[in-house]
Design a protein around this ligand. Structure first.
Ligand code: AMP
Ligand code: GLY
Length: 417
């Protein structure tokens, strides 16, 4: 089977790498890819968000499966164009991608499906925003209704800042009740009617140690979660994933692809914070590092409505941690062009591999070319060992313009040691 991965970030490098390890996958292509995907796949300079161009490339390459990484191409209809060309695609239609593309649509589906989530108000005027802020009280949660690369949400005690964020969005916003409690990312691989859960992961959204500073796309992640309540996955499959799939099918827009349930484990029970319609970045990096099942076979089964043939996913009995190296300035304006050197950039060894997220080659030299630049993945028999491996590799990196969080997975590793 030949596979084409769409996108150019860390998630896509991790997907391409895992696909290249599947003995059933004969060729991996990536569009547009990055210098990391070039180590495990063939890159093609095609605009990921151009449905016609992606479908034409898939046909020209004769691939058997297209895996769409980011949300923007999905919302733009890339999966529809690929399927219309007669090629299997792992990724939802534009209609189903609205679960991520519009917070208001996601809330509407959750309500219709009886999925537990935060109470919310859809606001189109400053007066509506102010009224909703006062209804729910502090801490205030205001979300841009549309796609905002993980940066459309503000959670603050400052009413003025909440109002200013709503105004800055420049379009409708969702104001909602604050959800307390730890967050978990649970990914379900869906074929339109059935779903297979991956194991839970946790990501670190704030830019600074101790969860200080603004939200980012994600500064690190780990899996599995030693502290997760037993039965969590079954509960979420029953109360969130299955009803959502049924509701999407009922609407005539079945969900094929990765349903990402961002959950808060509140004192009143599990609540959905958000849906995404694609693999999480960076959670995918540690998840795929410990996935034992052949990724290509699983994603092809989902794309062709035959997931029930796969059975359960198998996992290695190991922990994995990714620590993201970001460029200074992120999540504001990241500094581009900073030089990156280090002994492990060209590949992986037993317990560490480096994933490229925002890198480029400048005259043959690796440089920063985005906010999140690298993801350093450590795996080991224990979470503490996986952290140590990742941070030891980071200590060997020579990336003067880069920074990372120092506390990724620390609390969880300490609690079990
Ligand atoms: P979203 O884009 O909806 O995922 O939100 C990004 C992040 O903002 C989430 O991962 C949470 O950390 C935080 N957040 C979003 N909604 C809420 C909420 N209702 N209560 C508390 N935190 C939230
Ligand atoms: N890690 C958060 C996201 O992928 O949206």
């Amino acid at each position: 089977m030949a596979v084409l991965v769409i996108g150019s970030g860390g998630r896509e490098h991790a997907l391409a790498q895992a696909l290249s390890h599947d003995p059933g996958v004969s060729a991996v292509h990536c569009a547009p890819g990055n210098p990391g995907t070039a180590q495990v796949a063939r890159n093609h300079p095609v605009d990921a968000s151009d449905p016609g161009a992606v479908a034409a490339l898939a046909r020209e390459l004769g691939v058997d499966l297209v895996v769409v990484g980011p949300e923007a191409p999905l919302v733009a209809g890339v999966a529809d164009a690929v399927r219309a060309a007669g090629i299997a695609c792992f990724g939802p239609s534009a209609a189903a991608a609205r679960l991520e593309g519009s917070k208001a649509f996601a809330k509407e589906v959750m309500e219709a499906a009886g999925v537990p989530t935060a109470a919310a108000r859809y606001c189109t005027t400053p007066a509506e925003v102010a009224a909703a802020l006062d209804e729910f009280g502090s801490p205030y949660v205001v979300k841009d209704d549309g796609l905002a690369a993980g940066k459309g949400v503000i959670v603050t005690d400052d009413r003025e800042a909440a109002l200013a964020h709503a105004a800055a969005c420049g379009r409708p916003v969702v104001v909602e009740e604050f959800l307390d409690g730890p967050e978990v990312s649970l990914f379900a691989i869906c074929d339109g009617s059935t779903a297979l859960p991956m194991q839970p992961a946790q990501d670190f959204k704030r830019v600074g140690d101790g969860d200080a500073g603004p939200n980012t796309g994600g500064m690190g992640a780990y899996t599995p979660l030693p502290w997760a309540p037993p039965g969590l996955v079954d509960e979420v499959m029953d109360s969130v994933v299955a009803p959502t799939l049924a509701e999407m099918a009922r609407r005539g827009t079945p969900f094929v692809g990765l349903l990402y349930a961002g959950l808060a484990l509140t004192s009143r029970g599990v609540r959905v914070v958000e849906f995404n319609v694609r693999f999480g970045d960076p959670e995918t990096q540690p998840l795929l590092a410990v996935l034992a099942s052949p990724l290509g076979r699983v994603l092809h089964a989902a794309a062709t409505g035959t997931l029930t043939d796969v059975g359960r996913l198998a996992w290695r009995d190991e922990s994995a941690v990714v620590v993201v190296m970001a460029a200074s300035g992120y999540p504001g304006t990241p500094k581009k062009g900073g030089r990156i050197r280090g002994p492990r950039l060209a590949g992986s060894d037993d317990n560490v591999h480096i994933i490229h997220a925002g890198t480029a080659l400048d005259d043959g030299e690796l440089v920063a070319d985005g906010g999140r630049v690298l993801g350093v993945v450590g795996t080991a028999g224990s979470l503490a060992g996986a952290r140590e491996a990742a941070y030891a590799a980071i200590a060997q990196l020579d990336f003067p313009d880069g920074f990372c969080r120092h506390d990724i997975a620390r609390k969880a590793a300490e609690e079990i040691s």
